[in-house]
Design a binder for this molecule. Structure first.
Ligand code: NAD
Length: 495
């Protein structure tokens, strides 16, 4: 039975998908690819095609960048209040269409529908947060320098480029473009080829609520062509990339050649350090929740669990019991707790790491392998717990699926060393009732983010970014990020 009949699609979603291939959106208009090549969008939960997007050429992308640069002066010249009012209308419209956008996102990304609604909510909060923050920015700051009248003047840059991955398509667009738009820049978005629909829906909605043409542009297509063309375009004034470290390096190289400032938000291999003074069952449940949330396709996930030897056995037993109860199913089935991974390639990657890990000395102590869901030919996998030597490939590399590597520790120093023995540096957590120890360990773990007695915590105003192989350029979600979207001119008059 087709996904369109098995699950009740909202009329607006069905209509959005019904009109044939869905072009990009540039300059306030549909923007088809030159040559008309298409890329199918597949529902990861059923394997069914739900639509097609356009596979744009480098020339198509260059045209979009020119459009965004042409729209820039008028957008930048608006008063902060007027620009903010337009963006708040967009936030209201997204809020009003939350169910529609979430269902589109659920269908293309394989995301549990309720979680997709949370992502849309987060987009709205992010946009409102940056609009409010931008209202308080002083674009002229007087400098008290003897013998000189001096000040700095801040102005937006121009057209900014954004390349996004498939795991949080809509939420990450919000994190990326909100500070850029609020400060007066225009944007060109290149979503992932598997998950471009919600971005196109957003651009159309922006037009509907009066965002001027050319301020929000969406180009679609493959990374190696459309993505590469965007990051290599010398007319982009700032670039932001969220995705894998391997592609992040390519994007940084391209931007480096043009001396375009670039921000990279990359992968992770986060640790959770669990001491013996915690409520063991509660922590086990939360960490199970972390790896099953969006089927483990979360950059900041805790995928290396270091557990004090005194509680290790109880902890593992509880994890197994809790994992047994996780219901795997289609993302639009309201009883599902864990959906599929995004595409067959990702499923092969997750299963491949389990096989490679076990072939080189890891043991699987729970689950693993492919999962089947009655009546849905999607990309389902079972959650898995592995253990073994920490130099194992499954303990060192980002798997991006519902898989954790578990090990025991005895001392605080040992736990910190284990957490830090990684090329990544995105997010870790420490779990203990001892607040002084929590603070010590949180600061000693080398990463952009340390969470205490929680994992995956995002509050607007707390900077989120990575170090080492996990990122470059200052992260997202904070006042500092807003300031990245202003260039600064020092103005000096000797007196
Ligand atoms: P990916 O790097 O394969 O693709 C990301 C984007 O880059 C896609 O839009 C893709 O089309 C584009 N792309 C591919 N090749 C390109 C090229 N040569 N030039 C320019 N663009 C190109 O990543 P993915 O598989 O979509 O996403 C998973 C990765 O993203 C994981 O490593 C995950 O940890 C990371 N991620 C990081 C964060 C964060 O905030 N740090 C958030 C989400 C995902």
């Amino acid at each position: 039975m087709s996904v369109f009949t098995k699950f009740k699609l909202l009329p607006e979603v069905a209509q959005f998908l019904a009109n044939g291939p869905i072009p990009g959106f540039v300059g306030g208009k549909n923007y088809p690819a030159t040559g008309g090549a298409l890329i199918p969008t597949i529902d990861p939960g059923s394997g069914e095609k739900i639509g097609d997007i356009h596979d744009m050429t480098a020339a198509d992308v260059a045209g979009a960048v020119d459009t965004a640069n042409r729209a820039f002066p008028a957008w930048a010249e608006l008063s902060q209040k007027d620009r903010g009012a337009i963006l708040l209308k967009l936030a209201d419209a997204v809020e009003a269409r939350k169910a529609v956008i979430a269902q589109i996102e659920s269908l293309e990304a394989g995301k549990i529908e309720a979680q997709a609604q949370g992502d849309v909510r987060n987009f709205v909060d992010t946009l409102r947060y940056f609009v409010k923050l931008a209202e308080g920015v002083q674009t002229r700051t007087k400098l008290d320098i003897a013998g000189h009248e001096a000040w700095t003047h801040k102005a937006p840059w121009g057209a900014c480029g954004f390349i996004f991955p498939w795991n949080f398509p809509f939420l990450l667009i919000g994190w990326g473009i909100s500070p850029a738009l609020a400060s007066g820049n225009t944007v060109v978005i290149k979503p992932a080829e598997d998950t471009s629909l919600s971005a196109i829906y957003l651009a159309r909605l922006a037009k509907e609520v009066g965002v001027p043409d050319g301020v929000i542009n969406v180009v679609t297509g493959r990374g190696q062509t459309a993505g590469a063309a965007l990051s290599a375009n010398p007319k982009i004034k700032r670039m932001s990339f969220t995705g894998s470290p391997e592609v992040g390096q390519l994007v940084a190289e391209s931007c480096g050649r043009n001396l375009v400032p670039v921000k990279l938000e990359l992968g992770g291999k986060g640790a959770a350090v669990v001491f013996d003074d915690v409520d063991v069952n509660a922590v086990a449940d939360k960490l199970v929740g972390a790896i099953t949330f969006h089927t483990g396709q979360v950059c900041c996930d805790a995928t290396r669990w270091f557990v004090h030897s005194k509680i290790y056995d109880q902890f593992i037993d509880r994890c197994k019991q809790t994992l047994d109860k996780v219901k795997i199913g289609h993302p639009l089935d309201p009883t599902s707790q864990m959906g599929p991974v995004v595409n067959p390639k990702q499923r092969a990657r997750v299963l491949g790491y389990q096989e490679k890990g076990q072939a080189t000395g890891a043991q699987c102590i729970y689950g693993g392998g492919a999962a089947t869901v009655q009546g849905c030919d999607g990309n389902y996998v079972k959650p898995a717990l592995l253990t073994g030597p920490l130099d194992n490939v499954a303990a060192r590399e980002e798997i991006f699926g519902p898989v954790a590597f578990v090990a025991k520790f005895e001392t605080e120093d040992q736990a910190i060393a284990m957490a830090n023995d990684t090329e990544y540096g995105l997010a870790n957590s420490v779990w203990t009732a001892d607040h002084a120890r929590a603070a010590r360990v949180a600061e000693a773990m080398v990463a952009g983010n340390s969470w205490i007695n929680a994992h995956n915590v995002f509050a607007h105003g707390v900077p989120y970014g990575g170090v080492k192989k996990s990122g470059l350029g200052g992260g997202v979600l904070s006042p500092e990020v807003l300031m990245d979207y202003y260039r600064s001119t020092s103005v000096v008059r000797p007196i």
